[in-house]
Design a protein around this ligand. Structure first.
Ligand code: SF4
Ligand code: SF4
Length: 473
């Protein structure tokens, strides 16, 4: 952006008034911005981490930066970016919750500012002082801590040639290129046509970027490792040790010694022990041990995946036209006339591309229509509830407590059921209550893409009919 200003000044007839950093197609005063310039000192390593708010990524990265800056000769810098969806004080339901039970009735611990949203950590390390008051846009190391992000965000555009990309997922290398396990057809939602593609593998754009940039690609099932180590959904220590193993920022053995708090051999380790204990509060030594188990298991769980050169010639345009059956992500395609906002603005913002929208896209006055959260499918849950309809007493408490209206009871006539998928039909039961309900079948249905995995429905179910299962299944 700075260069484009100097280029404008160097012209014979420079624009006397201009904007930079936006695409202003209304006044046409914006300056074109060229390719990203790398002006950092040689030897500087730049890293980006895409995390899930509350998975511990940001906290772990803060610890890593302190550890490297205090324990080595390297200089370090960090910026942290948060998705701003969950604003508002506790209890205000500005977090997007559809019912007040989540925070006011159950008193669950919740950070309404970023829990469940996307976080991006921008880290730089190098042998010389780093003066870069801006986010990383050319990363040597890219870590994707939530597998559904590969279809939501274009992350590999920020990867440097020969960079390293690591994805926390349960896929094998062979599965990365396989077609989606299932596709959903168009469904009618609030009067609009909505197409939701249930997708689990690398999209065409990402594969092409990886091949063109001759990147190294790794996968690790950090979620499973965390579960086995008793860490629940906290994958931060595991992904941190993966970072030290693959990034080359400092010798791995050195880093891992500093990471293992119980070793307590050096002053830096003691500092880290304090930081981990501070991070996990009163849970103390048991949690520290679980983290160490996770650190030990993480390196053996890293799998290098081949990046075939044929990926470099994949047709990204074809995918964006919707003509391909390859992975497309949780996209929404809505009727333009009824939901212009969701298509023209919201979908780009959801993909973290909102800053690139031209000025003409926006409505003067900045008005935003209501009821648009139905078009966003975030897919952030690690585990989602499944229902045993033989145990269900049809009390509807799960539906009442769900903060995101992601679990709902359905009543269906025989005629409606005949058009429903086989799985839905097989699990429906005769509605309880008598009278008019005798004509209906009943079924509890969860929407996995809307569920956040908060577990509230499982806890409130009086019949033990709900249990959590991995979302990937
Ligand atoms: S686990 Fe999912 S379906 Fe259950 S209450 Fe939480 S968000 Fe709703
Ligand atoms: S809370 Fe349990 S028993 Fe009640 S409707 Fe939901 S699944 Fe069925």
């Amino acid at each position: 952006m700075v260069l484009s200003i100097y280029e404008n000044l160097a012209k014979e007839t420079p624009k006397p008034r201009f904007t930079v950093g936006i695409n202003d197609d209304v006044t046409h005063l914006s300056l074109p911005v060229g390719d990203w310039l790398d002006v950092l000192p040689q030897g500087t390593t730049e890293c980006m981490f895409y995390g899930l708010g509350s998975d511990g990524t940001v906290g772990a990265n803060k610890s890593a930066v302190k550890m490297i800056a205090m324990g080595t000769e390297l200089y370090a810098q960090a910026y942290f970016e948060y998705d701003a969806k969950r604003l508002g004080p506790r209890g205000s339901m500005d977090c997007g919750a559809a019912s007040p039970f989540c925070c006011s009735a159950t008193r669950l611990a919740c950070d309404p500012r970023k829990s469940g949203g996307v976080t991006i950590s921008h880290l730089r390390f190098g042998p010389k002082p780093i003066h870069a008051p801006y986010n990383v846009r050319s990363a040597n190391y890219l870590a994707v801590h939530k597998s559904s992000y590969v279809t939501s965000y274009d992350m590999t555009r920020y990867l440097k040639p020969n960079g390293v990309c690591v994805i926390n997922c349960s896929w094998t290398p062979a599965e990365l290129e396989q077609p989606p396990r299932s596709n959903y057809k168009a469904v009618s939602l609030a009067g609009s046509e909505l197409l939701v593609f249930a997708v689990v593998h690398l999209p065409v754009k990402m594969r092409r970027d990886l091949a063109v940039k001759q990147a190294k690609l790794y996968v690790i099932d950090a979620t499973q490792i965390a579960v086995k180590a008793g860490l629940g959904k906290r994958i931060n220590m595991i992904m941190q040790s993966v970072f030290f193993k693959l990034s080359g920022v400092m010798p791995y053995e050195e880093a891992i010694e500093m990471l293992k708090p119980l070793a307590q051999q050096t002053a830096q380790v003691e500092e880290l022990v304090k930081s981990i204990k501070k991070m996990y509060g009163k849970k103390g030594d048991a949690v520290v041990k679980m983290n160490i188990d996770g650190v030990d298991a993480s390196v053996t769980g890293i799998v290098e995946c081949p990046v075939p050169s044929s990926w470099a010639s994949l047709d990204v345009e074809e995918e964006s036209k919707g003509g391909s059956t390859q992975a497309k992500g949780p996209r929404t395609i809505v009727d333009l006339s009824s939901e212009q906002f969701a298509k023209q603005i919201q979908s780009h913002c959801n993909n973290l591309d909102g800053n690139a929208l031209p000025v003409s896209t926006f409505v003067p006055g900045g008005r935003v229509p209501l009821g648009t959260s139905q078009y966003e499918k975030r897919g952030i849950a690690i585990n989602v509830p499944t229902v045993d309809m033989d145990k269900c007493t049809q009390c509807n408490k799960c539906s009442l407590i769900c903060p995101h209206a992601a679990v709902r009871p359905f009543l269906a006539t025989t005629q409606e059921l005949s058009k429903a998928p086989q799985e839905f039909r097989a699990s429906s039961r005769a509605a309880i209550g008598g009278g008019v309900l005798d004509n209906f079948q009943y079924r509890i249905q969860v929407s996995p893409w809307d569920c956040t995995g908060c577990e509230l429905c499982v806890r409130i179910c009086p019949a033990d009919a709900l249990k959590l299962s991995p979302a990937g299944q």
